[in-house]
Design a protein around this ligand. Structure first.
Ligand SMILES: *[C@@H]1O[C@H](CO)[C@@H](O)[C@H](O)[C@H]1NC(C)=O
Ligand SMILES: *[C@@H]1O[C@H](CO)[C@@H](O)[C@H](O)[C@H]1NC(C)=O
Ligand SMILES: *[C@@H]1O[C@H](CO)[C@@H](O)[C@H](O)[C@H]1NC(C)=O
Ligand SMILES: *[C@@H]1O[C@H](CO)[C@@H](O)[C@H](O)[C@H]1NC(C)=O
Ligand SMILES: *[C@@H]1O[C@H](CO)[C@@H](O)[C@H](O)[C@H]1NC(C)=O
Ligand SMILES: *[C@@H]1O[C@H](CO)[C@@H](O)[C@H](O)[C@H]1NC(C)=O
Length: 545
């Protein structure tokens, strides 16, 4: 490759930049043989991102400058796109059209599409413990470790408050087990012991193998909480933990805690700083030397909005997405009227809003007729729910596709929250949204119907209506199970043969995704399904056809 020679001629910085591109290429094209020289090229990724702090008044210039550079990086990382300016209209990747077909009809009363996959139990009680942990855990977050780690997953769970005004979150390493009678989807998964089946139930599930330890994140003081929010200022501890991989393969823990700028805000910290036991896993990639990805968030860092005047007093549900190892964005708002995202520039600071002003909203509010037919309730709203994953629009097994400049997108779960007359949640419906991985990251598609797992039900309908699509289950006496379920994280399931830690957040349409699901605010479950199952029956966003 020419870049190897060029490297001697240019400024070190240029060389580093080229390395970056070359590395991203190898990262995408797994077929290129690795040369020993590649090992060195981990260095460029260790340079911290240094950008000027952006200022509202010079926004336009910087924005314009940022884009061509940005798209070069994105081009390098997605290895296929010729787009060089945000002015070029986003072309819908043709492979998305394959996901617009609906293999199953939606339930005619509830409007849901039901997957054949079960939701499984999670237990925070390791077999090694002397006493079973009887505490109630909820709001689970699941994070898949690389295949070379000793265990498969990390779970962070909230402990239901037992009269104390303190939010307690615990972490453990966990494995999935299968009953011997059930065929496993991954041959690498373990069989359940009798004790596992006693704890998890007859279908097995996800169980801690290390004792759950309290997550030790420093408390943050609130700058200002007013009115009803005042009581929040004094509750120590964080909530809404999310675990995700950055573009560089860093394990990021995002939490909601008191804000330095307002009342409640979002903070990020590298999980290795909180749970050093996984450090070795991150620095022992079998096909790559070095101490593992540099920490962008070595200490608890508050994420911000720019300009500061757009900050809200209570912030939550922000979603990160990384278009390249060094380029990360935060999507703050996503609903039927507003989309706001900006690029992280280091230290938790961001650029101004970078949403394409020409983009038409993709999420919709029900029409009066749709409200009248009973699937929808008035007063419902859209909420971002999970971290995002990057997706290469190919099957992993299809080498023709993998080698042929495949297109990439991001996807995440958003929830439709239905409330009763008192504003209390009645049900959350799970939708997957897909957006482009190229500047300006236009929204591409969303599920036509909310997605349910096989044994999941949603409040608001009779048993006959809920199980209308499965008459045999209705006959077998299945009833309502769980008043409301909400999705907290998605991650590519453990067991893929990644060659690099940065591949953890990237997958193919035939890869499995694990979803963590909270139930009734007092329990945790998980489900697993292939990407193509979750992203089925998509509706293409307006303006993208
Ligand atoms: C932002 O830009 C304005 C006008 O150029 C300048 O007066 C102000 O000091 C700048 N603020 C910061 C924080 O740089
Ligand atoms: C989960 O555990 C309950 C008992 O706590 C059991 O009835 C149920 O069948 C289990 N679910 C699965 C999927 O195994
Ligand atoms: C969409 O989100 C924005 C910002 O959070 C909010 O101001 C607006 O009311 C929301 N729109 C709807 C229809 O909920
Ligand atoms: C961000 O930009 C989009 C597109 O112009 C706009 O619809 C949205 O309201 C903006 N967000 C904020 C917070 O101004
Ligand atoms: C493999 O991918 C190529 C290119 O996307 C496609 O034309 C072909 O139909 C795929 N093969 C299979 C077996 O899906
Ligand atoms: C399924 O739903 C029933 C209630 O309809 C519930 O008792 C059971 O625990 C759920 N789990 C499984 C695996 O069936």
């Amino acid at each position: 490759m020419a870049w190897l020679n060029l490297r001697r001629l240019f400024f070190p910085v240029v060389a580093l930049y080229l390395c970056c591109i070359a590395l991203s290429r190898t990262f995408q094209k797994r077929s290129i043989p690795r040369r020993p020289g590649f090992r060195k090229s981990q260095e460029p990724l260790r340079i911290p991102i240094t950008h000027p702090f952006l200022n509202a008044s010079n926004h336009l210039d910087l924005h314009r400058e940022a884009l061509p550079h940005q798209s070069k990086l994105d081009e390098a990382s997605s290895d296929s796109h010729t787009q060089t300016s945000a002015k070029v209209k986003t072309v819908l990747p043709t492979a998305i059209l394959d996901l617009t077909t609906c293999p199953r009809a939606a339930n005619r009363f509830t409007g849901h599409i039901r997957l054949p996959n079960l939701l499984h139990n999670i237990s925070m009680s390791p077999a090694s413990a002397i006493f079973e942990d009887q505490r109630t855990f909820w709001n689970p977050t699941i994070f898949a470790l690389p295949y070379w780690a000793q265990n498969q997953y990390i779970i962070v769970n909230m402990v239901a408050p037992n009269g104390e005004a303190y939010r307690r979150n615990v972490i453990c390493e966990a494995n999935i087990c299968h009953p011997k009678s059930l065929k496993s989807t991954t041959s690498k998964e373990k069989y359940c012991t009798d004790d596992d089946l006693r704890i998890l139930g007859p279908s097995g599930g996800l169980r801690c193998v290390t004792p759950s330890m309290e997550v030790n994140v420093p408390p943050t003081p609130a700058e200002k909480c007013l009115g009803m929010e005042q009581i929040l200022a004094d509750i120590p501890g964080f909530h809404d933990p999310k675990l995700l991989y950055s573009g560089r393969g860093e394990p990021i823990l995002m939490v909601v805690s008191q804000s330095r700028y307002a009342c409640i805000g979002l903070w990020a910290i590298d999980l290795r700083a909180v749970y050093p036991a996984i450090e070795e896993t991150f620095s022992s990639s079998p096909r790559r030397l070095g101490p593992g990805p540099l920490m962008s968030f070595p200490t608890l860092t508050e994420l911000t909005r720019n300009p500061p005047s757009t900050r809200r007093s209570y912030e939550k549900n922000w979603v990160m997405f990384s278009s390249s190892p060094s380029t990360t964005y935060i999507q703050y708002d996503l609903n039927s009227t507003t989309r706001t995202f900006a690029q992280l520039i280091g230290g938790g600071f961001t650029t101004l809003n970078m949403t394409d002003p020409l983009e038409r909203p993709c999420l919709a509010e029900p029409t009066p007729e749709e409200l009248a037919n009973g699937h929808n309730m008035a007063g419902a709203s859209w909420h971002q729910a999970t971290p995002s994953l990057k997706l290469i629009l190919c099957e992993r097994i299809n080498q023709t596709c993998v080698r042929g400049n495949p297109e990439t997108v991001f996807f995440a779960v958003i929830q439709r929250k239905h409330v009763n007359g008192f504003g209390l949640p009645v049900r959350y419906e799970r939708y997957f949204v897909v957006w482009s991985a190229i500047v300006p990251f236009n929204m591409l598609a969303i599920n036509r119907h909310p997605i349910l797992f096989a044994n999941e039900t949603n409040r608001g309908w009779t048993n006959e209506e809920i199980w209308d699509d499965l008459p045999e289950d209705l006959a077998a006496g299945k009833g309502e199970w769980g008043r409301f379920t909400y999705t907290t994280t998605i991650a590519y399931a453990w067991g893929r043969e990644e060659s690099d830690i940065r591949e953890k957040g990237v997958g193919y349409v035939d890869d499995e995704v694990i979803l963590s699901v909270g139930i009734d605010d007092n329990g945790g479950l998980y489900g697993k399904a292939k990407v193509a199952e979750l992203l089925q029956c998509l509706r293409i966003c307006p303006g993208r056809m």
